[in-house]
Each structure stands twice: as structure tokens, then as C-alpha cells.
Design a protein around this ligand. Sequence first.
Ligand code: GDP
Length: 360
Amino acid sequence: MSDTDTRDPTSLRTPIVAVLGHVDHGKTSLLDKIRGSAVIEGEAGAITQHIGATAVPLDIISTIAGDLVDPDDFDLPGLLFIDTPGHHSFTTLRSRGGALADIAILVVDVNDGFQPQTLEALDILKRSETPFIVAANKIDTVPGWNPNEDSPINDTYESQSERVRQRLDESLYEIIGNLSDEGFSADLYWRVQNFQRNVGVVPVSAMTGEGVPDLLTVMMGLSQRYMKEEMEIDVAGPGVGTVLEVKEEKGFGTTIDTVLYDGTIRSDDQLVVGGQNEPIVTEVRALLQPRPLAEIRTESRFEKVDEVSAASGIKVAAPELADAMAGAPVRVVRNRDLEEVVAEVQAELADIAVDTAEEG
Ligand code: GDP
């Protein structure tokens, strides 16, 4: 962001990113690679590990992406990756009737191509109208591949033999063809002009990190260009989120790992949480974040914080959470009318029940 920019940057939140794809195509490895690169680049402490999610701030993305990203072109603060990949978490995690994730990465093994769960994922993305890009993963397994760790795709492509390039091209065009069969007009990402109309395919290796700079650049660019308005939030407003997981924690009782996608949650807030039978009205006992690894000795793995703002992953300890459920809404009451907030949570729970029945 430039010095002359007077907009309040805190009113734009981080887009929430989900990773989908067929089993073994490399979802977990890709997330690990992105996290790993971010940790290395952010050694000074700029990377924040959230509960259930990893925030990769813009300056880290720009360091990883090198020449591909000029941070002055962006005012979104970075990307928040949900740590649990897969369809189940994608369909369970919703926000106000839509998908919780703002944007998705569909991972396809470049050699294995489209598989049943790839098609399933495409169907889910189509129905939820979630913008996505395709990561054509495992390019390092193309026979004869000459790996260039963490390199942008163009550089590593140039260093491959003619034969290897041809093999990769063939596999990539097969994926593009498969996408087209499913009704998506797709192309290699550097040929895509309009990411709202065309799906960009990014060749990557979760093993060597090749193409990861491109992947982050494309995700950031797509968000900035097409989702900025949706990212505008009232940061100071009462927090709104979705339960990622309900967990027992020693010393804290039942806690809910929550992805906050709007507003702020404070350690003295009253909350309404979706429960198995009805909305639960409770009060925050503690807001917990992972303690940096270096500080863990015999103490708790968590550290208490006073407040967090969207988008972020946070563990909430509060009484009465035994009936809370994954995928259910979380709303801060603060200065709002309690009845009204309860009614909203109730309505959201009813929507979830209808969708689940339709899917079942
Ligand atoms: P997931 O089931 O989609 O989460 O897939 P995983 O991330 O668990 O990966 C499945 C297997 O593929 C593991 O053995 C990984 O080490 C391997 N793998 C994932 N990405 C790559 C890649 O880019 N290159 C190579 N050579 N292996 C990969």
C-alpha cells in the first residue's frame, strides 16, 4: 500500500481459501509447502499461525513470489488458508447461506488427471459458485524433470528439455480438456484475461515448490480484482463466524475452533452459537491462539488474546458448548438485541438442516 493511500486498510479482510481435490493428489502437501515457504520468509515473525488456518500476509506472498508480485498493486491484506483440505470440510463450512471459503484451489495430479473426487469437487464449486483455480500438481514427476526448488513456473519450464516440456504440455492440455468437458472454459493461467470467465490452470509441485510463487500470485490477483467488495467489512462490528471443530481442551473444557469472517470477537463478548438442538447463548471465557513454538515449554499450547478480527481462526473457550457443532454459525451479541441474534442463528441452522437433507 502506498503512503498516499488514505483508505482504512483494516476494513478489508483476508479472503478465505479452501483446497479441494481427489485423494492423494497433494492437497495436504500443497498446504504444507505454502505454510513452510511462508514460515521461512517470515522468520522475523510476520507469519501468524491461527487455529485451523494459516494466514499468509501480503508482504510474505510478495517475498515468495518475487518479481511476480508488486505489493503496491494490492490492498487486500493476504490470504487465509483453511488447514483442513477436502470436500467434507468445504461443504460443512458455510457462511450466511454460502460457502465459507471465498475462493478455492482444486488440486489435480498432472499424471493421474481427473478422478471421481475431482468431478465431485467441481460439482461442489459450481453449485456454491465459488471462484477457483486449478493447481496441476506433481509436475516434478514428469519423466526427465529437472527440478528448480521454489522457482516460478516460467523459469523452471525454460530449463526443461524439449521432450519434458512436451510431456507436461500434453498433460496440462488434457486437464484443460477435462475442464471443458465439465463446462468450464479453462486455460493456462498466463493466458487467462478474465478469471471470472475462465479457469486458470497453474502447474505446480508441492514437493519442490515450483509454481508456488505463481499460485499465490494468481490467488492474490484474482481476489484483489474480483472480490474486493466482498472483503469490505466493519472490523469493529460484532464478530460473525463458523464453527470449524468442537474440541475438549485440558483446562478449558469444551472449546470451538472458529473461523471468523466478519467483525471482531472480544474476550468479554456474549455469543450465540449453533447447537444440535437450538442456539446456545453463552459468554466467552477465553480466546485462544497457538503459542509460538519457541515459547512452548510445560505451559499451555495456547495463549490468551483480548480480541481478534476477521478473517482469522480462533479457539473460543466458553461454558455450555457441549452441543455446538461443526459448520454451525457463531455470532457476537455485544450491543445488539439478543433475541434478534438468536433468531438469526436459528434461521441459519434451519438452512443447514435443509441443505444437509438435500445432500443426504
Ligand atoms: P492429499 O490426499 O490430496 O492431501 O495428498 P497428500 O498431500 O497426502 O499427497 C499424497 C502423496 O503424494 C504423498 O505421498 C505426497 O508426498 C505426494 N505428493 C504430493 N504432492 C507431490 C508433488 O508435487 N510431487 C511429488 N513427487 N509427490 C507429491
